[in-house]
Design a protein around this ligand. Structure first.
Ligand code: ADP
Length: 353
């Protein structure tokens, strides 16, 4: 049973549709990511779920109970914002306790619940500090403790790590993941950062211009994107075309591409039809010796970018990017053999809406 069920939810501002009617189900204990470029409607969707915005149409249910017309405080969801939203004049423990007091906590129960929440994010020893005396990462932990303290049925994250530097962001990713999993939380997490989504999410929904493009696990979206938008949003990608060759059977077709001929399972495609294809740079192999499945390539440029070497290769009349692990600079102008394993060839949807 889904913990959150969204049905035909839509939102417009001044007559401009920013969220087209969409359906979405989020499962129990799932860390669900909403990702997409800036302005695609992620925060709008999250705010509709939180009850901070009113939809134009549609329904939102938490655990089968419709919450569409309930105010935020009656929905049982807690939100963690990008800017932490801590009270500057209150200490760390007062910031956490304040929210609990609004829920009727007092005395020993207030203290123990506050301490428990601070302990779970590793901030108990900072109880008496003021927010200004904390780093960005520590402030975000306090904001998280405040959200956790009320034992929300649903945790909503709106770009919570955007204000942190790159190293701290990476550390906080695993911290937030650990806290969500240890507390068996159901959470919806908005980000425009694909690495954040790939490294933390159980499932991801890709949004583009207010529409859902694809939902899946990080692996599904990375390895089997439906269209060019999702393929390139999830990581670096080579895009090229293929042509269906005559003489195929009902269940597979041979297609000719710049990287060779591939046998693929495509239904009902006439010979001559062109397909949109894609391949990740790390799946394009460069070899010194040719074999049956390789084509000739010309190294145009080879650049070491830290953990991998990126090679720009001309093969079959197109430019292809091939990644190799580590420092593997190849001489520009040199010939090489290039190959792509058939199971790494991604077939994309013809039409994008
Ligand atoms: P994201 O979180 O993906 O960056 P948003 O949900 O914030 O996107 O915004 C989606 C679209 O709605 C954007 O085009 C944005 O400019 C517009 N928008 C957001 N809030 C308002 C508002 N209060 N009034 C008018 N337009 C808005």
């Amino acid at each position: 049973m889904p913990v959150v069920k969204i049905e035909r939810l839509s939102k417009s501002y001044s007559g401009t549709m920013v969220l087209h009617p969409l359906d979405l189900e989020i499962h129990d204990r799932e860390l669900f990511f909403l990702v997409g470029p800036s302005g695609c409607g992620k925060s709008t969707l999250l705010r509709l779920i939180a009850g901070l915005l009113k939809p134009d149409s549609g329904r939102i249910s938490f655990d089968t109970k419709e919450v569409s017309s309930l105010p935020p405080e009656k929905r049982g969801a807690a939100m963690v914002f990008q800017n932490y939203a801590l009270w500057p004049h209150m200490s760390v423990c007062e910031n956490v306790a304040f929210g609990l007091q609004n829920f009727g906590f007092k005395g020993d129960k207030l203290l123990s619940t506050t301490n428990e929440a601070l302990e779970s994010v590793g901030m108990l020893t900072y109880s008496d500090r003021m927010p200004a005396a904390l780093s960005g990462g520590q402030q975000q932990r306090v904001a998280l403790a405040r959200a956790l303290a009320v034992k929300p049925s649903l945790l909503l994250f709106d770009e919570p790590l955007s204000n942190l530097d790159a190293r701290l962001r990476e550390h906080m990713r695993s911290e937030i993941w650990r806290i969500c999993k240890e507390n068996s939380l159901t959470a919806i997490y908005v980000t425009h950062d694909r690495k954040e989504a790939l490294s933390m999410a159980d499932r991801i929904a890709i949004l583009d211009k207010g529409r859902l493009r694809q939902i899946g696990t990080p692996e599904e979206l990375y390895k089997n994107p439906l269209d060019q938008f999702t393929a390139s949003f999830m990581g670096d990608c080579n895009f090229f075309e293929g042509e269906i060759l005559p003489g195929s059977s009902a269940s597979f077709h041979d297609i000719r591409t710049a990287l060779g001929i591939f046998r693929v399972p495509v239904a009902e495609a006439p010979p001559g039809k062109r397909l949109k294809l894609a391949a990740r740079p790390e799946d394009v192999k460069i070899m010194d010796l040719f074999n049956d499945s390789s084509v000739e390539g010309l190294i145009k440029r080879s650049v070491f970018v830290g953990d991998i070497t990126l090679n720009e290769i001309e093969a079959g009349g197109i430019s292809i990017s091939a990644a190799e692990l580590g420092y593997r600079i190849r001489k520009g102008g040199g010939k090489c053999a290039v190959s792509l394993s058939p199971d790494k060839l991604m077939i994309l949807r013809d039409q994008e809406n």
